[in-house]
Design a protein around this ligand. Structure first.
Ligand SMILES: Nc1nc2c(ncn2[C@@H]2O[C@H](COP(=O)(O)OP(=O)(O)OP(=O)(O)O)[C@@H](O)[C@H]2O)c(=O)[nH]1
Ligand SMILES: [Mg+2]
Ligand SMILES: [Zn+2]
Length: 305
């Protein structure tokens, strides 16, 4: 039997078999030991081989993954957690307030997706909480991302009667939803899959941050072809291990320009002479906020802001 993992708690897995049956499964001890640095051997989205075990199932093998996205702990514990596998795209759900999402966080997430070859959608939620000035600022920020090929949206999941323009981008695909706690990931999921009844909770009145309501990643079907993965809110987004020289490769607006730097792929775009990236920055072709994010990644700045 073969199936797809819809939910993983670390000790048991909810698997949808190719016969359309939902099975609660466990793994064999062996499967766990074989795994290296990642804390979870089986991730949401994995295609797995199963053996029946009474009313339940045993996962005997994880099929090779088309792709996966890893959440790296920012503290140097070396732990990494596969958030999900075999996805078509990642939707980053952010809010300017309640909670605040920084552009540094956005860019670290986008760079990680680029490194894993996963297309991204950037959605600003809770428009209803913004005044006109903040909305104007948000559109300026969205323009920066649109320019580098990322689809962006500004929505209010509680006020907008329909979110069809966004839904079009999800249709027929497997989409992972990520973001800080409290940005409305589960609220979005419930709008897409009303039968899911995912629990949502108000952000804390004192910290204006989410209260970590969703605790496990879980995949839901919108229709036969469309799947959505709701995930627990992340506080920080650490960059996976990558060479400093590699980072600008994951900034789409730098990828080609960097070939024109005098020092070619050795240029880190810091103080080097005849740097095509810094020239583009001066000409306004690369946005200052994106370049600042780049610098903090190369110089190893604070990953938590
Ligand atoms: N004002 C406003 N509130 C919203 C909007 N969308 C969601 N919310 C509220 O924000 C709160 C948090 O929403 P959740 O869907 O639980 O957030 P989450 O991202 O799933 O949070 P975690 O599961 O903790 O990661 C809830 O009270 C939602 O009703 C919006 O567009 N505007
Ligand atoms: Mg949630
Ligand atoms: Zn350069």
């Amino acid at each position: 039997m073969i199936g797809r993992v819809l939910k993983s708690t670390g000790s048991w897995y909810q698997v949808l078999t190719d016969q359309g049956v939902m099975l609660e499964c466990r793994t064999r001890g062996k499967l766990r030991l074989e795994e290296s640095k990642e804390t979870n051997p089986v991730a949401v989205g994995d295609l797995v081989l199963l053996e029946p075990d009474g009313e339940k199932g045993i996962i005997t093998e994880v099929q090779p993954r088309k792709n996966h996205i890893v959440r790296q702990s920012t503290r140097k514990t070396g732990h990494s957690h596969v958030l999900a596998s075999n996805i078509d795209q990642a939707l980053l759900l952010v809010t300017l307030i309640q909670p605040r999402t920084s552009l540094g966080f956005v860019d670290r997430f986008l760079v990680t997706c680029e490194a894993f070859g996963i297309p991204q959608i950037l959605v600003f939620n809770k428009r209803d909480l913004l005044d006109q000035e903040a909305i104007d600022w948000c559109y300026d920020v969205m323009a920066v991302y649109q320019k580098i090929g990322i689809s962006t949206f500004l929505i209010s999941l509680t006020e907008d009667e329909d979110i069809k323009s966004l839904e079009q981008y999800l249709s027929g695909k497997i989409t992972l939803i990520a973001g800080h706690s409290g940005t409305g990931k589960s609220t979005l999921l419930n709008r897409l899959v009303p039968s899911a009844h995912q629990v949502t909770a108000e952000v804390s009145g004192s910290t204006m941050k989410g209260v970590h309501t969703t605790t496990f990643a879980e995949m839901f079907a919108v229709d036969d072809q469309t799947m959505i993965i709701d995930t627990p809110g992340v506080k920080e987004w650490g960059l996976m291990d990558m060479n400093k020289g590699e980072i600008s490769d994951y900034f789409p607006e730098m990828r080609e320009k960097r070939l024109n730097c005098k020092f070619g792929s050795k240029c880190l775009h810091l103080e080097e002479p005849k740097c095509a990236i810094r020239e583009s920055l001066e000409h306004g072709e690369i946005s200052i906020s994106r370049f600042e994010s780049y610098l903090s990644m190369v110089l190893g700045g604070d990953n938590r802001k």
